[in-house]
Design a protein around this ligand. Sequence first.
Ligand code: HEM
Length: 115
Amino acid sequence: MRHDEQMTVIKINAITVPADSGDELAHRFAARAGAVDNADGFEGFELLKPTDGREQWLVLTRWRDEESFQAWLNSESFAHGHRTAAERRGESGPPPVATHSEVWSYVSAGGSSPG
Ligand code: HEM
């Protein structure tokens, strides 16, 4: 890691979803997957599904820096993307499938990959 470069920040949204709602969560993400692609500083995200019986799904997102993440969080695009289609039409939408969520902040502190 060179010290003169900004370090990618990793923001993980840990979403608690009852086991029987997981498919619906995945479906909702698939419907919105491209919505964040044009955000300044966005470097990608992955939706991680638990395979060990946990109810926490992880949305692992990468950003150029803290500022670009905060700017997206405060953007109309984020607010819009986190409203259901029905709510956007002014109706009350289907309830969220998440019962709890929290954001975890990380930076890489080392690692390796093959090749
Ligand atoms: C770290 C960044 C993120 C934060 C802080 C965040 C925040 C949240 C919160 C609080 C929820 C639960 C509330 C709810 O169920 O509506 C949620 C759900 C969701 N988020 Fe995010 N989110 C993030 C990243 C993303 C990304 C990158 C996408 C995809 C473009 C996305 C799409 C969704 C979808 C589809 C749901 C399910 C909502 C539903 O049940 O209809 N989120 N997010």
